[in-house]
Design a protein around this ligand. Structure first.
Ligand SMILES: O=C(O)C(=O)C[C@]1(C(=O)O)C=C[C@@H](O)C=C1
Length: 375
């Protein structure tokens, strides 16, 4: 039988633990004061995602070893580290970024054909808001959903899963650019409405592809973020039209496009009035057939050096096989991507498009756990 004495005794124990925890936290924040001075001397940024991931992985392993659910402890440590970053940023007087670029980089960027997209023009990372979701800078974002919207039930199930696992934006193709004219071409406007409703139901902004100028208006009406597919990266008329769409744009890299060509395409959208552009690396054509495309992971740091725009990675289209998506997602965040775009499906074997690269829900859950240190 429990008694009030027992509760008092446990509370006393808790008081001791809290006392020790507080002392430890004070010591931790004192160490943060020391590291912030050391890092400032080396011009290192306040936040280090890689280090945070390492710390959280260690904590997760320790909790699992003790047979304890790691989630609440991981969440607490995330908050502690957020406070550490805030402390460091405050001490730097909110001016953590360098005010000038290295001369060699400036010189190289001056010769480029893109100006608005260039880091030369905008030294700080740009942040793009998709409703309440902020992409870029220190934010890390997960976009998830099916390759194509196939039915109300399918998109609702995917939205529920995306929300439950902590994704930030729901994806779903409605106008599908298929290699064969005989393949499923998407549900069109009907699909857009289903996607919009699913997003509203679960409080997730939605992204979908726009393939042609005459679709821009209707896609912008029903979605929060407009996607330009790899095959349309150099459809300059479409890019011009997107400059006036009034919604942020995610621009996928063309199958054979260099990084500078990709940034020049971003420049088209920006020069025509829309500064809210997010870049998306989705694999390029190479000689190797082992994966659908070759994920150019090096594009992420290169883009981040040349441009202030957010850059995300689509490992699903790059790999074409679900087996590689988790590792490539981790790799994407490890090299500094601002987000990932993942294809999920309740029954990938029955998907009307891209089944082999779509994750079943339990595999998506495992992926979200694996990337959780970055989120
Ligand atoms: O290791 C660092 O660089 C720190 O600034 C410390 C710390 C932490 O709280 O442990 C804080 C912020 C960084 O994002 C990573 C880790």
């Amino acid at each position: 039988m429990s008694s009030s004495h027992q509760i008092s005794a446990i509370r006393q124990q808790l008081d001791h633990i809290d006392h020790d925890l507080t002392k430890q936290l004070i010591a931790r924040f004192q160490s943060i004061q020391s590291i912030l001075h050391a890092k400032q001397g080396l011009d290192w940024p306040a936040r280090d995602h890689g280090r945070e991931a390492q710390i959280l992985q260690g904590i997760q392993a320790l909790a699992e070893q003790e047979n304890v659910d790691p989630s609440p402890i991981v969440r607490l440590f995330k908050t502690i580290m957020q406070e550490s970053v805030k402390l460091q940023k405050k001490a730097r007087g909110h001016a953590p970024s360098p005010q000038t670029l290295p001369p060699s980089l400036s010189e190289a960027l001056e010769k480029k054909s893109y100006k608005l997209a260039s880091r030369l023009n905008h030294i700080e990372d740009s942040l793009v808001s998709v409703n309440e979701v902020v992409i870029g800078g220190d934010h890390r974002t997960v976009i998830a959903g099916p390759c194509a919207v196939e039915s109300e039930g399918q998109i609702m199930e995917c939205a529920a899963q995306a929300k439950q696992q902590g994704a930030h934006i729901l994806r779903g193709g409605c106008f599908k650019p298929r290699s064969s004219p005989y393949s499923f071409q998407g549900m069109g406007v009907e699909g857009l409405k289903l996607l919009e409703n699913a997003g509203k139901e679960y409080g997730l902004p939605v992204v979908t592809e726009v393939m042609a100028i005459d679709q821009v208006e209707v896609v912008a009406k029903h979605s929060d973020l407009l996607q330009v597919g790899a095959r349309n990266m150099q459809n300059f008329d479409l890019l011009r039209a997107l400059g006036k769409a009034g919604k942020p744009v995610v621009l996928k890299r063309g199958l054979m496009a260099t990084i500078d060509e990709w940034l020049s395409s971003a420049e088209y959208v920006m020069a025509h009035g829309n500064r809210d552009v997010i870049l998306c690396e989705r694999g390029i054509r190479s000689f190797d057939q082992s994966t659908r495309n070759t994920l150019d992971i090096s594009a992420v740091p290169v883009v981040k050096e040349r441009s202030h725009l957010p850059v995300i990675v689509d490992p699903s289209h790059a790999a074409g096989k679900w087996q590689y998506i988790l590792d490539l997602s981790r790799a994407s965040f490890a090299v500094g991507a601002h987000g990932i775009m993942i294809e999920i499906h309740p029954k990938p074997e029955e998907a009307l498009s891209d089944g082999p690269q779509s994750l079943k829900f339990d595999r998506f859950e495992a992926l979200m756990l694996a990337v959780s240190p970055w989120l």
